[in-house]
Design a protein around this ligand. Sequence first.
Ligand SMILES: *Cc1c(COP(=O)(O)O)cnc(C)c1O
Length: 358
Amino acid sequence: MSKVHNFSAGPCILPEEVLKEASEAVKSWDNHGLSLIEMSHRSKPFVAVMDEVRSLTKELLNLPDRFEILYLQGGASLGFLTTAYNLIPEGGYAAYADTGTWANKAIKEAKHLGNIEVVASTKESDYTGVPSIGQIDPKHSFLHFTSNNTIYGTQYKELPSDVGVPLVADMSSDIMSREFDASQYKLIYAGAQKNMGPAGTVMYAIDKDAIGKTGRDIPSYLDLGIHLSKDSMFNTPPVFSVFTTMLTMRWLKNIGGVAAIEKINDEKAALLYSEIDRNSLFAGHADLDSRSNMNITFRLNNDELSERFDEVWAKEGISGIKGHRSVGGYRASMYNAMPKDSVQVLVDVMKEFERTNG
Ligand SMILES: *Cc1c(COP(=O)(O)O)cnc(C)c1O
């Protein structure tokens, strides 16, 4: 089979060596004589996997000591609700930034539990950028924002900070893609399948001092305090996803960690954005100051060329660049494991397309 260049927005591309090791473990894991996925999650080897993924996460994200890591089920979508349950007191308030589809889903879930105020929004401009955030009324328990908007291809290039209340972020689609300072955060969560591993698990990095302060009676699975007290093993964890996420983190650490991948991510994004800006047939979707390094959205200036363009990139083995149905055009998702060579293939296709159709 010829190589496929996987630009899928999620589940994401993973490093080849990780896929190889994960698939071997599914057949027979090390010298245990069993498949990874048919072995007790309480067994010593799997408990060691859970311990390692939790400590690697903390290390790679450079989190302060007060943070603990959980790997649970339910995806970031359940995270929207879990966040509100654990951090908004009974009758309390929380501030949310509205930057598009996922932010709105977070707002919708939080409204089940608290008084939610949308303090900044780019809805009026069709979410082509992210709003800056001023001082927040201290009655709010936190400010929630989405660091990278997977669908629109926008990203906080400078993360909100010093807004007067603690920060909470859905970092599903840019976690571990760049360094950041976690000192003002209470909670960070991210579905694994965008930049950390396969689908099936969601990571919570939670300030343990922030837990148990709401006065709420929280259903067990949604109570992060319960998960913390059980070291992320309150119930059967998604063993394959957790294991493969651990392998991806080992890979990331080996290549130099988040600082090293950030540099590569910057180079990949610059390569594609400069072609979008140079090429007379294409235009970028996001505002210049909000362009995502992870999901790059663009369109053809002339829609009539789309059928021909789709044929050309498909022929070169490019996969997954059709835009989300709500935005249209194209979206090239270039997560950590995407090689720069694949980005170059797309750029070359665009150049050649301009030469033959411009
Ligand atoms: C994909 C995505 C989600 C939803 O994640 P699930 O794990 O599928 O629930 C939430 N937020 C962002 C930013 C996403 O990209």
